[in-house]
Design a protein around this ligand. Structure first.
Ligand SMILES: C[S@@+](CC[C@H](N)C(=O)[O-])C[C@H]1O[C@@H](n2cnc3c(N)ncnc32)[C@H](O)[C@@H]1O
Length: 214
């Protein structure tokens, strides 16, 4: 099947994650290959144990706002706000997932719309973080468009942290693993280096970080 035919056959990212949320509830945001006996809290604790110290080590104390891009149910948005001692903004296109996000006075959740700009002002945040989001951007040019939006909302000198699958396995239905070098090329405005790595149900997740040159 050609790439074009394959792309037409796919649900859009929004439709896919919405259907998955309706089917799986809060569990929709984690890898389906996690053992059914592993609770969502246990999986989240495992992610938190790697991600938060890795980000904490990169902060310079000037941060006031952090974007959890593709936050899903906001598993980490309040943690990120607490880490910087400031405000967390969680953005996701799936209302069903945002509805499950825990309320916190330091956090606001915003619904994004597929194909539109992110619901943030220019330079609004000091940190942008993704956790297993960008692999779901499948359409030609979609990752590049997202990178331009991240560049717009992240202030010059701000910190970008991408925790994404770098599996070398072939792409699966709704996931396109990319290499760290591919992410580095697309997000060249914030030169990325690997600061941590962890296994997520057999999927290697690389935590890539860099500061925006503006
Ligand atoms: C695997 S889940 C991860 C959610 C969250 N980062 C976490 O770790 O709990 C992928 C998320 O990306 C979101 N997503 C899909 N397309 C997106 C887009 N274009 N912009 C922002 N988020 C998107 C989905 O709705 C879903 O919540």
């Amino acid at each position: 099947m050609s790439a074009g035919a394959r792309d037409r056959d796919r649900l859009s990212g929004h439709a896919y994650w919405q259907a998955r949320a309706q089917l799986m509830g809060a569990r929709a945001v984690v890898n389906v290959d996690h053992d059914a006996g592993a609770t969502l809290d246990a999986v989240t604790d495992g992610h938190r144990a790697v991600l938060l110290p890795a980000i904490a080590a990169l902060l310079d104390g000037s941060e006031r706002a952090v974007l959890d891009l593709g936050c899903g149910t906001g598993r980490f948005t309040a943690d990120l706000a607490a880490l910087i001692g400031g405000r967390g903004i969680g953005v996701d296109p799936v209302a069903e997932l945002l509805a499950l996000a825990p309320a916190s006075p330091d956090v606001d959740f915003r619904l994004s719309v597929e194909g539109e700009a992110l619901p943030l002002a220019d330079d609004e945040v000091d940190v942008v973080m993704t956790l297993t989001v960008l692999g779901g951007l499948l359409q030609p040019g979609e990752l590049e468009t997202m990178a331009a939006e991240v560049r717009r909302v992240l202030r010059p000198g701000g910190l970008l942290v991408l925790a994404e699958s770098v599996s070398e396995q072939a792409e699966v239905e709704h996931w396109t693993p990319r290499t760290a070098a591919e992410y580095a090329e697309v997000f060249a405005f914030a030169p990325l280096r690997e600061v941590a790595r962890f296994d997520d149900a057999g999927d290697p997740i690389s935590v890539l970080a860099g500061r925006s040159a503006g």
